[in-house]
Design a protein around this ligand. Structure first.
Ligand SMILES: NC(=O)c1ccc[n+]([C@@H]2O[C@H](COP(=O)([O-])OP(=O)(O)OC[C@H]3O[C@@H](n4cnc5c(N)ncnc54)[C@H](OP(=O)(O)O)[C@@H]3O)[C@@H](O)[C@H]2O)c1
Length: 350
């Protein structure tokens, strides 16, 4: 039987981050051979407050294997997925698995007393009816499951048993939209036009992500049928037209977001709502009228948000960019780990 994750006071955790107390939380990764999982290995192997004790691939692999891109960062072998070994080796487990595998492994680990930080969509949707449509493998959400957008839900994340990290597209949409919605500035429909690099689809190529299909082209897909649409609507509480596109980049997301503003809304009110929301958020950079680009955030945990407001027309366009593998996946997961451990959110991410 695994021990529950010990409570670590912010003071202890601060010491651990500097090495003063010597306490390091034991963490492990399932799905370490995937795109998001390898980013997790890179971040956690160098994180000052944790020890990465195990990195696992799928159960299908017969032999342990190295991660060549991470040589000298993580030189241990990646071993096949083994739930008992995860329980024995870690206090907190990161899951970077397909959602069907996460639904099973995440639930089992929580039942055995571990804390889980899940990158998949398995535990994001709270309505049972909606979940049965989008994530049918997840029958119920384990007690203590929290939707882990760190800028919005840090208090709940701190005490969660299972942190369900938001999707990459929803992170880029919710960070700009939630403060405006909360301030009552948005009326009418919201449109999110999203462009993603191909790593968003994971490491297994398909007809759409194959180099010769994607290179030199841009394609819309899954209009009105993308799972992230349901996730954005759940969190925003309003209807959203979400149109994802695949663009020929290896990583990065840019979302162009169209909103109708309450009549009389000024540019200063839009700016003020965002500035109030993110005054102390280390990973949200507000760029105002200087519109952000994917290159500004690639390989970082930042989400950059810019905007233009047409006061006479009661409308605004917001541009939100992030790296899908970091702020959209592994970086956000480590940011959540830091919140759980009472550390500065930037620990191990700069
Ligand atoms: N890519 C992104 O931008 C992104 C962003 C946010 C969230 N996510 C989510 O994060 C998760 C991982 O995404 P990814 O893009 O890193 O995927 P990926 O590149 O396809 O990697 C999947 C990982 O899961 C393992 N795996 C596959 N099937 C498994 C099974 N049945 N049981 C156990 N392990 C299995 C793979 O191991 P093998 O190497 O042995 O096959 C690999 O380590 C997904 O749920 C995805 O939706 C991804």
């Amino acid at each position: 039987m695994a021990m529950a994750v010990p409570f670590i006071s912010p003071d202890d955790a601060g010491d651990a981050a500097t090495g003063a107390s010597g306490h390091r939380t034991r963490v492990a990764i399932a799905g370490a051979t995937g795109y998001a999982g390898q980013e997790l290995v890179r971040l956690l192997a160098r994180h000052p407050a944790v020890t990465l004790t195990a990195a696992m691939s799928s159960g299908a692999s017969s032999a342990p294997r190295p991660l060549p891109a991470l040589a000298r960062i993580w030189d241990q072998a990646v071993v096949p997925l083994d739930i008992d070994a995860l329980v024995a080796s870690a206090e907190i487990v990161f899951l970077a698995l397909p959602e069907v595998a996460s639904a099973e492994v995440g639930t089992a680990l929580v039942e055995r007393g571990l804390r889980v930080i899940d990158l998949s969509g398995a535990f994001r949707i709270r309505s049972a009816a909606d979940r049965s449509r989008w994530y049918p493998a997840t029958a119920t959400l384990p007690a203590g499951t929290v939707y882990g957008l760190p800028e919005r839900h840090a208090d709940a994340i701190r005490g969660a048993r299972l942190i369900s990290c938001p999707g990459c597209y929803p992170t880029a949409a919710l960070l700009p939209l939630e403060p405006l919605a909360e301030a009552g500035l948005i009326v009418g429909p919201v449109v999110v036009d999203a462009k993603s690099g191909v790593s968003g689809a994971g490491k297994t190529p398909n007809e759409r992500t194959h180099f010769s299909e994607n290179h030199g082209s841009v394609a819309a897909y899954n209009i009105f049928s993308h799972r992230h649409n349901a996730e954005i609507e759940q969190e925003l509480g309003t209807s959203v037209t979400f149109v994802p596109h695949l663009v020929p980049l290896d990583r990065g997301i840019l979302e162009t977001i169209y909103v109708t503003l309450k009549p009389g809304t000024t540019e200063a009110q839009v700016a003020g709502a965002l500035q109030d929301a993110y005054a102390s958020a280390p990973f949200v950079r507000l760029t105002g009228g200087a519109l952000p680009e994917i290159k500004h955030v690639a390989h970082t945990n930042f989400c950059d948000i810019g905007w233009k407001v047409d006061e006479a027309g009661n409308r605004a366009v917001l541009i939100s960019v992030l790296d899908n593998l970091l702020k959209g996946a592994a970086g956000q997961a480590v940011q959540n780990l830091n919140i759980v451990l009472g550390l500065d959110e930037r620990t191990g991410l700069f």
